[in-house]
Design a protein around this ligand. Structure first.
Ligand code: ZN
Length: 256
């Protein structure tokens, strides 16, 4: 099983000739244009973690090109249908469902969205980047209104005795029994100023064999930022020396 990152929370998981995509998104940052719609020409099955624009904005364009199947919440389905995606290509999913796309088995879990902390909100809003990217800020505010989060999902992708527990936003539901000790845990590393400390509780809860960070890049300024992962990696390596931490590069396949 291989995992690739295409920026933001866009993940592709492959085995042999089969692949599944999660939250495909093309950077809005002109100085970070590493992925394009052509990275998704092979998409047959796309899973959505939640409906925010940085997880679904490019779906209609990708669907027009590939006529892929999209697995998402009822709220995301209604947004996509308004944008021209045909209902026949959408599978509405919910917590507890299991989808088989051989050789993958994909289990769906309800999750929660990260709560942005107050220091990060101040740091983002009171920042000279607001002036630099004012046009983008207005566009993002409009997209936020049109694209609500809806139900938040996490996914367990199982293949060949290995498993990836994948989150699109860094939070979980306390009442849900998630898989324990996955081969790999993916962590979207953006959304709080205390994220180094905050993300450690995910490691303590899930005890993964390895961690794959994503969403730490600056793909929709001025709201996003390039998050420094150094201190988190140092803290994990110190407290959990047996856990491998992957800070992926764009498009490079990592084998589990
Ligand atoms: Zn979100």
């Amino acid at each position: 099983m291989e995992i690739q990152w295409f920026g933001t929370a866009s993940i592709k998981i492959s085995s042999g000739n089969t692949s599944v995509h999660f939250d495909p998104f093309i950077s809005m940052n002109k100085s970070l244009q590493y992925a394009s719609v052509y990275d998704y020409t092979d998409a047959t099955d796309i899973f959505i973690t939640h409906g925010h624009f940085d997880h679904i904005y490019n779906i209609p364009e990708i669907w027009n090109m590939t006529k892929c199947t999209i697995y998402c919440s009822v709220q995301v389905a209604s947004v996509l249908i308004k944008q021209g995606v045909l209902p026949d290509y959408i599978r509405i999913i919910d917590h507890g469902q299991v989808i088989s796309i051989p050789p993958f088995v994909i289990k769906i879990y309800k999750s929660q969205h990260i709560r942005f902390d107050i220091p990060l909100i101040f740091k983002t809003l009171i920042n000279k980047r607001m002036f630099e990217y004012y046009g983008e800020f207005i566009k993002i505010m409009t997209l936020n209104k049109a694209m609500p989060a809806g139900t938040i999902f996490a996914y367990e992708i199982v293949c060949c005795d290995k498993s990836i527990l994948h989150f699109g936003s860094l939070n979980f539901s306390p009442a849900i029994d998630y898989p324990y000790k996955p081969t790999m845990l993916t962590l979207p590393f953006q959304g709080r100023l205390d994220i180094d400390h905050y993300a450690l509780r995910f490691i303590k809860k899930f005890i993964p064999q390895s961690i794959f960070l994503h969403h730490f890049d600056d793909t929709f300024p001025p709201i996003s930022s390039q998050v420094d992962t150094t201190q988190f990696v140092e803290a994990v390596t110190k407290a959990f020396p047996h856990i491998t931490v992957v800070i992926p590069e764009y498009g490079i396949p990592y084998t589990l």
